[in-house]
Design a protein around this ligand. Sequence first.
Ligand code: NAD
Ligand code: TYD
Length: 363
Amino acid sequence: MANAKLAGAKSLAHQMILVTGGAGFIGANFVLDWLARAGEPLVNLDKLTYAGNLTSLASIATDARHLFVRGDIGDAGLVRSLLERHRPRAIVNFAAETHVDRSIHGPGDFIQTNVVGTFALLDCIRAWWRELPPTARDAFRFLHVSTDEVYGSLGPGDPPFSETTAYAPNSPYAASKGSSDHLVRAYHHTYGLPTLTTNCSNNYGPRQFPEKLIPLMIVNALEGRPLPVYGDGRNVRDWLYVGDHASAVRTVLEKGRPGETYNVGGNAEMANIDVVRTICRVVHARRPELDCERLVTFVKDRPGHDRRYAIDASKIRRELGWTPSETFESGLRRTIDWYLDNGDWLASVQNAEYRKWVDLQYA
Ligand code: NAD
Ligand code: TYD
């Protein structure tokens, strides 16, 4: 894909954006939405780890506005050459290691990409950005996509996380994301880099790798395998449909104030066991022969398992006018229908490496 698109992309200096991690779950949905909405061309830098999948981008494989580059955000030489060649007006950083359970088994990759990689990316951007002409420098944006997990865990009666809640990360994943948020903040305060940070709640939707709760449960339900619920199943998450996260990122990129952070959430707090039972109901409605509730299996809890996340998204609603458009039920129906209709995508990610992970985590 890369070479064929290079010539066209080059002539569009400043009329394009650079997206990192755009072959992952949220990044791919963002890229597809961006191009469907006639957004400008974009360069998509992704390392293609186990979580990156070009099948997710198959529908834009011949779209001249999409230039895919396989590479690491921590590769300063590559990032520098992409910046000099394409001169993006904005960068959206989705690239990260993202699965909490994997961060418990092996935190090293999380530190490498989420902390060291984000630092290398920021530092290349700073060096390039400060040489831009003043108008381009002022107009430039670096949007860092982060998570509500940096705030730690809430008790049942605690108010939801706001942008002023103190960081208290509990997993290696959350700690690595929190570190990257601090670096982004420091690059704004120290160097004036026009940064924006979003801290979003749990996403679900099409093209999510089936290691996270919702796609794992859908896939196991369809295959008649156990539905492993950690602990007592009463841990609470706030759920947001991925298309709504993509629209929040577009809104913050367009209207957000440099240096600010914005919490993004779906106003849809649910206990895990209720999420799983809802999945079972929708799957049963679509495929009456599948009775999955009997597959629910309570398993050993995750170490350090955060009890509750909840987001106060009033700042992005009040200041930028963003609200989600899907309810949990409507988004979940769309998600399950997508998995039912996309067996090829699913087969492409359920490879030997995936089976090995499932065996390691659930044996
Ligand atoms: P994902 O794991 O599905 O995808 C991550 C993508 O980043 C993959 O395509 C992978 O190949 C790529 N990548 C990993 N390391 C890289 C590196 N060093 N250089 C370049 N590319 C690299 O993740 P996701 O769920 O799409 O999450 C995207 C972002 O959103 C992450 O920063 C995550 O912390 C944040 N986030 C996720 C959620 C969620 O519920 N999934 C919620 C809030 C915030
Ligand atoms: P997950 O999708 O891994 O997201 P996060 O840990 O980032 O919130 O998990 C969501 C919730 O579901 C979390 O409380 C852990 C729980 N969970 C299970 O009960 N069973 C599972 O097999 C998985 C993957 C998660």
